[in-house]
Design a protein around this ligand. Sequence first.
Ligand code: DGJ
Length: 525
Amino acid sequence: MTTFRTRDGREFLPLGLQTHNSSTGVPEMLDREIAAVKHYGGNLLEAPIYWYRIEAEQGVFNFDDLDDLIRRCRENGLHLIPLWFGINKNGHPNYAPEWMKLHPETYAIAQGRDGGRVASMSPLCQATLDADRRAFTTLMEHLRQVDGEIGTVIAVQIENEIGLANTDMDYRPEAQAIYHQGVPTVLDGVTLEDSGVTPAGNTWRSRFGRHAHEAFMAWAHADFIEQMAVAGKQVYDLPMMINVMLGEQGYEEAGLCYNSGAAVGRVLDIYKAVAPHVDLICPDMYVPDRERYRRVCGRYARGDNPLFIPESPITGVANAMNMMEAFADYGCIGMACFGAGHVMDMQGNPLPESMDMALSMRTVANVAPLLLKYRGTGRVHALVQQEFMDKQYLRLEGWHVEAKFISAAPSRWGMGSFLNTAAPENADIFTARGRGLLIQTGENEFYLAGCGVKVDFRRRPDPLEEDNYPLLASRQCGTLNFLSVEEGHFEGDSWVCDRVRNGDESNFELFSHRGQVVRIRLNPN
Ligand code: DGJ
């Protein structure tokens, strides 16, 4: 898959929130969390379903929680991604049924270097795979029956932030025997960066050097997930995804900085080789600093893995800013923030700390059809007010674009628009960090959506024109020379103009301060 599609084949951009871990089956929590999705302008709910509740007694299944989630999403016009909390939730088996947890002699717990059990179940245990896979395929069969025609559920996440906690590999004798069999042929040609060896031979050490143990556990987890995905798709062919506890943390050593065997950036090629039925390998983006955020996006946004962000902070300015670059520069195909209940008070009203992210998500939602259409073309530009910035310059083929940020360059005129606002009530839009998206849809046509930004265009000299300077210097060359400036919204893929801006609302700068979408047609003459 490249992008998400509805049952009738229309592309759409899933945006929304993930519930807290323990909300499923609790109506009071879910009501608040769905209200939060709406406050964020979202169309997506992600929610866990718990294996221990689905199969409390071995072989007896109960899908009430899932049915309830589907019904709630339908009633509220939302899509749903159920998260299969099976044997591994952040490296822990806490969502596995008791009949499994009580029998580690059958369902193996991984061992650490010292021979003691670690927190995680081993993916190298056939009985565990058989049980998890049986439950998962029963779930997929149920989904096919209850949702096959309508398609409220758009994808399923298998497990949650998998990997082994507290060890770099499973040191059980059974696992070690597999390790000593050498590297399976499915990994022929796969190498890892910074392994310290020139790959040769067939042992994990000779092929992957200092990352040998991590590579082995990545292969083991990827193989486990692949077998789950294959079996699940056989009964109901839905997109399958996994989410990842990032490896781009600290000194980046598996089992210490993150769960070993997780699909971290370093071992993505292993996962892609071993688990082709997993459509999306998704980074959980709890990354405030821009440089690391971009590094992670750059690793996961690949031709064989469109970037989908299933978890990210639900509050704070950092995510509200960085996400613009995920959509503009990395073709992000959807995004959710974690902890929906967290941003609503006990009466179900949004808390002030939700405003930054809610406004950014609504802004993105407002231009979703354009983001899908121009994804990967280089025509989607992020405007982001990094620290100390008052302006941002974009050099485009035919135009110089200067974006100014309203918090650093307040406008006295031209801000008179409260139509089409995406700003949640009380959002402090005049002091907020400016951010937005500028999308070039024609040689001289742009759409702007943002918060606290204004743009000014100046035609760039034509390389073949003898005397560019008079035109470049003339007022005629700048923003004032537009054909039309419209404020509006999209209905499906069609633009609907709600108001034409002119005079004070367009002559000084072309602004979007509350998430509005503005269509700008410039006059190149
Ligand atoms: C990442 C996990 O995937 C989520 O389930 C949740 O535990 C968050 N962390 C919040 O801590």
